[in-house]
Design a protein around this ligand. Sequence first.
Ligand code: HEM
Ligand code: HEM
Length: 121
Amino acid sequence: MGTRFIKVAVIYFLIGTVWGLVMGATQHMEYMSAHAHINLLGWASLAIIGVIYRVFPQAGEAKLAKIQFWLHNIGLPLLVISMVLFANGDHGSGIPFAVLGGVLVIASVIVFTVNLFKRLS
Ligand code: HEM
Ligand code: HEM
């Protein structure tokens, strides 16, 4: 799974940097949180996870790595949608996306923690 994490990370990097450029150029700073999390939870976190799974293939090949991949990559887009909705002042719609996205991303981190503690010696 290491390679898949790294490949999806670079997609977030592309989206996150273009987002930053457009946001800065148009001075729409209300979208800064969405930008920050695409880059940090998308690019930075997923790239680090991918490298860890390449360094420790016994963890990267575990079923938990696959479960983590989907929890993170469903949760993060929902979290980003919530941040855009909050930025637009639509708190009513933002909250369910924030709760679901946040819970899925945290679940992904818990699965990652369990996987590393189980497989690394
Ligand atoms: C070409 C690439 C990028 C551009 C043009 C860009 C642009 C911006 C802009 C205009 C802001 C708002 C700054 C402000 O008003 O204080 C910002 C904030 C931020 N960016 Fe980027 N960014 C880029 C790449 C990245 C990357 C790669 C990361 C992380 C890995 C990142 C993380 C952040 C964070 C965390 C903030 C919020 C900072 C704060 O809370 O004050 N950005 N970015
Ligand atoms: C489930 C995971 C996470 C959730 C739900 C979350 C949520 C949030 C929220 C609600 C804010 C305040 C945004 C605002 O005031 O508009 C924030 C800010 C911030 N978070 Fe996170 N975060 C998460 C994970 C992370 C991670 C893993 C990183 C770094 C690797 C990070 C970096 C930041 C930074 C730099 C800021 C300040 C910049 C900004 O205003 O967006 N977050 N986060």
